[in-house]
Design a protein. Sequence first.
Length: 334
Amino acid sequence: MLELADGGKGMRRVERYAITPLPKDAIQEGAITKTDVVEAALRDALKQLDTRTRDVVMALPASAVITKRIMLPGNASEAEIDTQVTAEANQAASFPIGDVSLDYQILGPNAKNPNENDALMVLARRERVEERVALAEAVGCRCHVMDVDAFAALTAYEQMAFQLPDNGKGQVVAIIDIGANTTHVNVLHDNQTVYQREHALGGNTLTSEISRRFDLPSEEAEDAKRKNLLPDSYESEVLQPFLDSVAKEIGRALQLFFSATSFQRVDHILLAGGCAAIPGLDDVVHSRMQTSTLIANPFSKMAVSSHVKARQLASDAPALFVACGLALRRFDTE
Ligand SMILES: Nc1ncnc2c1ncn2[C@@H]1O[C@H](COP(=O)(O)OP(=O)(O)OP(=O)(O)O)[C@@H](O)[C@H]1O
Ligand SMILES: [Mg+2]
């Protein structure tokens, strides 16, 4: 959980944040399978956060939504648009339309056909949305927006684009978000998404290996990993092979991007997600890929409140990448 505030002079301020790990089977394939465990983790994070705010923005994982670009007539009434969007959703969904939660955003006139608008439609099983809203309510929060994690990552990226040559214009940037179980690859050209894919790669593999090698229960292994409290042999025997395998997987993921598109190069790699905080990952990726590699920090232009330790924030920043994109969303509170 992350709270951003208005820092004045058009600046934002990182007000407070809390990170609570979840057991690996609490959420499976985007469905919340252990509601009580997730609820307890949320309660714990909210308590650590120690805020009066109860207005929240949440996200679904990209794997739980279907995204489709559609065209809508420019002069249609809202009712006509609704009918057309519903028809498109009916085609795109593999489940009954009555179980669908649906939204769309008009992007602007179509380049070839200016009487039509390009629009982005997103749909999900209503159950995936409702279970999250119910969790927020169970801990006393109000969910105002249900975003998608991959979109939120783009919102966070906008805070960082200034660090790239020409603000990312004309550049090919691969955002690689390495989480606990999944790695989300999102490639941008000219700051627009041109390729997205999920891979089964994440820090849980490293935690399991620590747990096996040093005979630790997985919670202790997770804690020791984050706090760097492991024997000397850890670095050479466990961490280095893991970093090499991650770099190799990133190489494969980018090969898939090259073969699926007409692109032949990536100018910058941006590492996000909790695993981007592992010391040395950026160097290993950089030397294997021979491509400029940055660790995502969407807060570098923001002020930091006195509640937050700036050094700790710098190391947690990549894990807060999606949360940052969510906290930047605007909504009305009544
Ligand atoms: N300081 C750290 N050092 C090493 N690993 C870390 C650190 N901080 C977080 N991680 C690892 O990052 C992973 C969690 O990352 P993140 O919070 O991005 O995952 P997630 O989005 O919840 O997972 P997923 O995307 O797979 O659903 C865990 O494997 C965790 O151990
Ligand atoms: Mg993630």
